[in-house]
Design a binder for this molecule. Structure first.
Ligand SMILES: NC(=O)c1ccc[n+]([C@@H]2O[C@H](COP(=O)([O-])OP(=O)(O)OC[C@H]3O[C@@H](n4cnc5c(N)ncnc54)[C@H](O)[C@@H]3O)[C@@H](O)[C@H]2O)c1
Length: 330
């Protein structure tokens, strides 16, 4: 059993706290939030509460931290936790620049603690099947990805909410949903070479933009077309085209309330097969994979080089959305 502190009891911190009730691998023993009103949530869950991260970092009963805080805080919180010898699960994006994610990874490695990231989409059963098919060569050479992760949950946020700020969340929907599609793409295609991103405000009053289109050009020669919209009802779609076949996953619901997926698969024979997947809890599975890594039972499924490639491409997307130009990935 790994004892962890959860840091940030907002939307996602509460989602994780609830999901981990009675978990056999990971137990939340402390909750940290700068907002004193969050103490009531911790109390409801029977978890000790403090307002400073140091209260977790100085507690020998805490072996790990789960960071569910605003994006600009992630890198420093990862480094502080690693330096205190705590294993780190950090929500996405790990950092906002290549230099920062390298600093976070280096701190975890220097202190021999596990680092995991909130990219639960990788743990969804149809995505695991796509990864298996790609690795086995059943899709042939990977040619192109078409991905979309859209939602309208942010339309009800107050205009000054940090999730709508251009410093915390550059390029409109990118750090909310686009980053998951970028992570899946990097997981399949490797490091990106150049990107072109456009963000517009078309269907809302979100000052930072609501409609994002990205073209990612990978070093392998493959490309990804990523769409993320904050002004349309939920949609989740991830398609991979290869020289021997293609696959497409359609999500039945948002990851906060998983209801399953439909996988369309067309391999060499040319027949389209439909596979239905029921509810599965990828957010929990990702956290359990983190616990396994922290306990030394298994390496974490997302290699650190892919964490770095993802954030390097993210940084270039921020630049491209601001400049309107094709930007090289550092
Ligand atoms: N993996 C996913 O599918 C998913 C879904 C939603 C959000 N997220 C991620 O979760 C993180 C949190 O997002 P959210 O939507 O829950 O935001 P939120 O605003 O609802 O919650 C953030 C919480 O962090 C607290 N906080 C701020 N500064 C702090 C500090 N220095 N120390 C401790 N607590 C602090 C705030 O008081 C707040 O309670 C983000 O990284 C976001 O991208 C991931």
């Amino acid at each position: 059993m790994v004892n962890a502190a959860i840091v940030g009891l907002g939307w996602w911190g509460r989602t994780i706290l609830t999901l981990l009730h009675g978990n056999a691998k990971l137990r939340i023993v402390k909750a940290i939030d700068v907002n004193p009103e969050s103490a009531a949530i911790a109390r409801e869950h029977g978890v000790a509460f403090a307002s400073e991260l140091d209260a977790a970092l100085g507690d020998p009963a805490v072996q790990a931290v789960i960071l569910c805080t605003p994006h600009t805080l992630h890198t420093d919180q990862i480094v502080r936790a690693a330096t205190a010898k705590k294993h780190v699960f950090c929500e996405k994006p790990l950092s906002l620049s290549r230099a920062d994610v390298e600093r976070a990874v280096a701190a975890c490695n220097a202190n021999r603690v596990a680092l995991a990231v909130g990219h639960e989409r990788r743990f969804e059963p149809p995505m695991l099947e796509i990864q298996r098919l790609a690795t086995a060569g059943a899709l042939g050479t990977l040619l192109q990805i078409e991905a979309n992760f859209s939602q309208n949950l942010f339309l009800s946020l107050a205009p000054d909410n940090w999730r709508l700020s251009s410093t915390e969340a550059p390029a409109g929907p990118m750090t909310a949903t686009g980053i998951h599609m970028l992570d899946l793409s990097v997981g399949l295609c490797g490091p990106a070479k150049r990107v072109l991103a456009t963000v517009r405000r078309l269907g809302s009053n979100l000052a930072n933009g609501d409609t994002l289109a990205i073209l990612v050009d990978f070093k392998s020669g493959a490309t990804a077309l990523i769409s993320a919209i904050l002004a349309t009802p939920f949609d989740g779609r991830f398609a991979v085209y290869g020289s021997k076949g293609w696959v497409e996953v359609r999500d039945k619901s948002h990851p906060q309330d998983p209801k399953g997926w439909t996988l369309l698969k067309c391999l060499e024979a040319g027949t389209v097969e439909t596979v239905d997947y029921g509810t599965a809890f990828a957010v929990r599975d990702n956290l359990e994979a983190f616990a396994d890594a922290a306990a030394g039972r298994a390496p974490y499924a997302v290699p650190q080089e892919q964490m770095i490639w993802n954030i390097a491409a993210l940084e270039a997307i921020f630049k491209s959305a601001a400049s309107g130009n094709i930007e090289t990935v550092a």
